[in-house]
Each structure stands twice: as C-alpha cells, then as structure tokens.
Design a protein around this ligand. Structure first.
Ligand code: SF4
Length: 262
C-alpha cells in the first residue's frame, strides 16, 4: 500500500472532499457503529455517560442494569442514599465524584426541568456532570438532534487525518462539523470512535490493515506489514475489518477477536 501524497498544499475544498471520502469509507468499514452505552431513555444515557468518564463502556454496561432498576427517575437520584449509590457504581472508578454528580444531576432535573432531561444543548450544559461532549452524546442518541462527540479517539483520528490542527474540543467540533452535512454528525462520531477503538489505536495503530490507508497522511504511524497489523485489530469484527482493508482475515488471531475494545 502506498502513502497518500503530501497534504501540505491541500486546499480547504480538497480537505473537505477527502474528509467526506473518509466518512464514506468509515460507513462501509463500521456498519455496526452505534452508541456503545446501553440505555433506553435520555436519563439513562445521561447517567451512563457520566459513569463512562475514565472507564470503559463495557464496564459501565455491566453496572447500569442494576442501577437503572434501582433508580428509575431523576427524583430517585436526587434522594439517593449516598453510600448505597457509591457501592453500586464503585466498579466504574472515581465513584465518589460520580455519586456527587448523579445526586446533583437528579436534584437539578427535579428543581429546574420537572424531572426530565432537557433536549437542548444550552440547557444540558448547565447540568451537573454534563459538559459539552456529554451533552452532544445525549442530543445525538436520545433526542435525534445531530451532534459531534469530540472524545479522545475523535481528537486523535482527525489529527492523524490532518482534517484540523485545532486542539480545543469545541473548535475541533466546529471545524469537522463544517466538512459534513449536519444529519451525518452523530453517526460520523460513532464511526470515528469505532475506528479509534478497533483499528487506529493511540499506540500502534493497525495501518497495514486499515481501510483508510490511502486517504490517511499518517499511514505508517503504526506497522504497515499486513501480518503484523492484522494482529492489532480488535473486537468481534476484527476479521471483517481485515477483509475490508484487503488483508487476509486468517492473519487475524483469535485473541484479537476476543480482545476487549477500550
Ligand atoms: S490506522 Fe494508520 S492508516 Fe489507518 S487511520 Fe490510523 S494512522 Fe491512518
């Protein structure tokens, strides 16, 4: 596989076109992309997103069924017994801070929004424990309002693709958002995060088994040899990911398929 030409002279239009190609390839590469936090209401998603700080989605999903059954409404969090709530969410780490956030979130929702999670960014960001990133996750996945979620994976990948040089998450959100139709923002975020978790890892990205190799100025950041790169793919679809990149799926070991996606 060859490295794409230098991006030094790329025009804004050229970059936007390349970004959209990246978006199309990602859609084909990750047809299963979705919000990986289990939820069935805006409140559950708000709670799960607060718990997901410094914790894997998988771990959060292990904790939430019991939590959601015990605290079905905002008023339940507002009036929660701190020790009991702490114990339930302890496996997600930073449980004292997260307990504070959940109780305060419940109180704010009861006091200001009749116990309901509001569906507007300006309101969501005023709630305890909910920053802009969390607000966009909630809007995109619980209210169908398009939102871009700039998490650590999103930042790393758009920088590797040289779509923007911005480092501030809000500026990244605006710069990348301007390159894509608004209706695509939520799914684009899921696909980028999926790619970051399964292929384009922070350390040792699987460049030699990546569907974006021809579009990526950072091709070569990780191993380019197919046999080495195939071992770096992660998750149940690792062999499909290899095949999509033109790599023999048999090169993907079973342990890659079973590997926990971060
Ligand atoms: S894995 Fe390599 S080629 Fe693929 S997007 Fe990441 S840096 Fe680019």
């Amino acid at each position: 596989m060859t490295t794409s030409p230098s991006r030094a002279t790329e025009t804004d239009l050229g970059r936007t076109r390349r970004a959209r190609k990246v978006g199309r390839v990602l859609a084909e590469t990750h047809p299963d992309a979705h919000c990986e936090l289990d939820h069935s209401s805006p409140l559950e998603l708000a709670v799960a997103t607060i718990l997901s700080a410094q914790c894997t989605d998988k771990k959060v999903n292990e904790v939430t069924p019991k939590l959601f059954a015990r605290y079905p409404t905002a008023a339940d969090y507002a009036g929660a017994d701190r020790a009991e709530l702490e114990e339930l969410i302890r496996p997600t780490g930073f449980y004292r801070n997260k307990t504070n956030s959940l109780i305060r979130l419940g109180q704010a929702l009861v006091e200001r929004y009749d116990g309901r999670v509001p569906g507007k960014l300006v309101d969501l960001v005023t709630l305890p424990g909910i920053g802009r990133k969390t607000a966009n996750v909630i809007l995109g996945n619980a209210f169908d309002v398009p939102g871009i979620t700039v998490d650590t994976h999103f930042q790393r990948l758009v920088h590797r693709w040289r779509l923007t040089a911005e480092t501030d998450p809000v500026k990244i959100e605006h710069a990348v958002g301007a390159m894509f139709p608004k209706r695509d923002w939520t799914m684009l975020s899921h696909r980028i995060i999926f790619h970051g978790r399964r292929v384009c890892h922070a350390r040792k990205p699987a460049c030699g088994a990546c569907t974006l190799a021809k579009l990526c100025p950072s091709y070569g950041t990780g191993p380019t040899e197919a046999a080495v790169a195939a071992k770096l793919l992660k998750g149940p679809r690792a062999r499909d990911l290899a095949a999509a990149a033109g790599v023999d799926p048999a090169l993907v070991p079973q342990q890659a398929i079973l590997a926990e996606v971060p």
